[in-house]
Design a protein around this ligand. Structure first.
Ligand code: NAP
Ligand code: GFB
Length: 321
């Protein structure tokens, strides 16, 4: 008798990280498993802000495992404008999803925090023990506190009901199916969008801020592979940082230069220092990840940016602008 397939539900599966998981599974065959059925959701399947709709979705799909990605997400400039929405929307979505996972006996849940939620005043490198050690950077306090409550919920569901709920802490993610909208998106898709426009219009390429802030960028397919590993093999309730090493940290200026090279841009690059730099750095340690996955190889950032640019140019008609 054929064994029942395990249903893996990915909330927020239609976004950057969800597609990273989907593409990793498709392009890296060693990740494929016959006894798993993966379902990638979007808000069209259910508005997870709605408790009854969330319960109805879980009733219908009866997931064995859940990767919870669905969230109101944005770069620095969207966060600066909408801290209340980032707090409320994400707190409501997270409470509905974690409650449904418990009600429907989900065997394991992996949610998402972010390296931008750590205390603003901190020592470096940041590690998983520091999540609650002080207030986050003011630019995204709403999003940060909502994300920190996922860690609190995971521990409370485990302590009171024995639920196997954990979380990953990705650094800045980029890749295919990102949000390239200039006001709402993150830096790398923003830079790609702006070089595309500068080439088309013969104008300058304007990088916002001074270019001096430092970031660790993870390619969405690498994150996707590591999230599949987390679901299948990571044993802890405490969160785990999923990031390239400290030595792979680059400045926004260096990131802009990689985008210029990937898009063969020959025009002027200017810096609009009237725009915020946001957090100067959030250097995270991936020592815990390295302890579990010593041999994992990250895609070289330059190569990953080129692959993302190629995807962007090929899908220009359907890109999220
Ligand atoms: P994204 O591309 O904006 O995708 C967001 C996903 O959430 C989409 O599938 C969206 O569905 C869904 N969603 C939003 N509101 C919803 C609602 N009310 N009901 C149901 N679904 C809803 O975001 P992402 O970059 O993939 O982020 C995924 C997760 O990774 C988030 O939890 C984020 O906090 C975390 N993360 C991201 C980064 C990064 O740099 N991008 C870094 C660290 C952590 P629609 O497509 O229908 O709108
Ligand atoms: O990805 P980003 O928007 O967010 O990066 P954070 C912002 C940095 O890139 C700032 C510079 O230093 C900006 O001045 N930058 C330069 C640009 N050009 C651009 C551009 O065209 N678009 C954007 N967006 N930035 C976010 C958090 O912080 O990190 C979120 O606010 C989330 O909550 C995300 O966690 C992962 O890396 O600064």
């Amino acid at each position: 008798m054929a064994t029942e397939k395990k249903i893996v539900l990915v909330t927020g599966g239609s976004g950057l990280v969800g597609n990273g998981i989907r593409l990793a599974m498709k392009e890296r065959p060693h990740l494929q498993r016959d006894d798993e059925e993966w379902i990638f959701l979007s808000s069209k399947d259910a508005d997870l802000m709605d408790k009854q709709a969330t319960l109805g979705l879980f009733e219908k799909l009866k997931p064995t495992y859940v990767i919870h990605l669905a969230a109101l997400v944005g770069g620095l400039f969207r966060n600066l404008k909408y801290n209340l929405d980032f707090y409320r929307n994400n707190t409501i979505i997270n409470d509905n999803v974690l409650h449904a996972c418990k009600e429907f006996g989900v065997k394991k849940l992996v949610s998402c925090l972010s390296t931008c939620i750590f205390p603003d005043k901190t020592t470096y490198p940041i590690d998983e023990t520091m999540v609650h050690n002080g207030p986050p950077h003011d630019s995204n306090f709403g999003y940060s506190f909502a994300k920190r409550m996922i860690d609190v919920l995971n521990r409370a569901y485990h302590k009171q009901h024995g639920c196997n709920f954990t979380a990953v802490i990705p650094t800045n993610v980029f890749g295919p199916y990102d949000n390239f909208n200039l006001e709402d998106g993150h830096v790398l898709p923003g830079l790609i969008h702006k070089v595309y426009k500068a080439k088309k219009e013969g104008s300058d390429f304007t990088v916002w801020g001074t270019g001096s802030p430092l970031r660790q960028f993870i390619y969405s397919l690498d994150l996707g592979e590591l999230m599949i590993w987390t679901l299948r093999s990571y044993p802890e309730i405490d969160p785990i940082i999923l990031s390239v090493g400290e030595e792979d940290e680059v400045s926004i200026k260096q990131a802009a230069e990689m985008v210029v090279e990937a898009m063969d841009f020959k025009g002027n690059v200017v810096y609009d220092t009237s725009k915020s730099d946001g957090q100067h750095k959030k250097t995270a340690s991936n020592a815990k990840l390295r302890k579990y996955c010593p041999d994992f190889k990250f895609t070289d950032t330059r190569t990953a940016i080129k692959d993302t640019v190629d995807w962007f140019e090929k899908n220009i008609e359907t890109v999220r602008f």
